[in-house]
Design a protein around this ligand. Sequence first.
Ligand code: SF4
Length: 441
Amino acid sequence: MRLVLISPKGPLYRHRGGIFKKNLRYAPLTLSTLAALVPPEMDVEITIIDEGVMEVDAAQIEADLVGMTVITGTAPRAYALARQLRNRGIPVVLGGPHITLIPEDAQPHADTIVVGYAEESWPRLLRDFVAGRMQPRYDQAAGLSLAGMPFPKRELMRRGSYITTHVFEATRACIHRCDFCVVPTAWGTKPLQKPVEEVVADIRQHYAKRIIFIDLNLIADREYAAQLFEALIPLKVSWFGLSTTLLGRDRPLLELAARSGCSGLLMGFESITPANLKESKKGFNSPGAYKELVNLLHQYKITLMACFTFGMDHDTPDIFLKTAKFAVDAAIDLPRFAIVTPFPNTGLYKRLMEEGRILTHDWELYDGQHVVFQPAQMSAQELYRGHEQAWKYAYSWGNIARRFWGARIQMPVWMVTNLGYRFYAHHLHDFYNCDWITGRS
Ligand code: SF4
């Protein structure tokens, strides 16, 4: 059987090569995980296509079955590919975050959909397919456990296309309920964890020394995080991962993270306005303590990528420069700025729908770069322009230098990533297709 697994391209990659090209891309884990979950007794030839790094022509695909993983921003592309493939008689399976958020949107575009995590349902689906009894929908099994799962088949990812394939995952889901976040809506608030010894064995088998954890909140369960960090110490790895700002309030855990090789963290600062954080159910973030947190991380030689989101209801037109100036003053290594996106069926989406403020359901624009709703205290155009202004301010040469002198760590990586983001800041408009808002032709 020939199985083709596709990650369709999103808006950032709609132009050849994407914004970041190879520079800042690491190999995604979803397709290699799905490949590993193919039942061992099945004779399957697997091809992986990540449209983020290669072109795909649906007319050229030869397969008995095609599976696609879909986020909201890639849904239109996935549906278009599915249409072409199904017209040629190739059955299509759709799964992933968008399908889990809004299954009824995807169902008409697929022969079958996978809702929730696929660890149990995907092998079941494949066996059903071979037996000629594939069902229209497969849901995540109750009481799913991540223990004993096969390691992702990273060797199937195209070599040379990524900065690293040493990408790992220890946990899934998050205990928080931020109302703009896909995670609690799609997967609930009960974290799933791989046994620490299995995570370590996976890292060891690749002799990985510089690794990325893609876990959405590595410290969601403090006890598990502490066990994982302890187990990483003997491996002498350097790792980058995601955490909430709460790590700054737990000095013993932060110290353990640093000793385990943590060299970089991505944290969602979201807003410097407490009222925004409270309203979006992320009140555990304290803007008043952000600077202290950045200093603390720098003391432990941890680089910080801090994400800010614009367009929350308490944002006024002066928020963009205020936030970007704050990021420069605080010497945040890599500030990132996004436009708040009401992903389907999240708390934010439901509220904006009730208030009649959703401007479009073109899912391709649901990517954190486009304005898809009516902001409360500014026009949609002001929101877009202000977001662009923040990027340009934070990544001007002078402000890159200012942030560098404030941080003074990780020079080579720091500079490469900053240059990558400077490029991004000055090419945002090239990737924007919201002409009705920007007024651009
Ligand atoms: S802490 Fe992060 S991952 Fe967890 S719900 Fe909030 S935004 Fe999502």
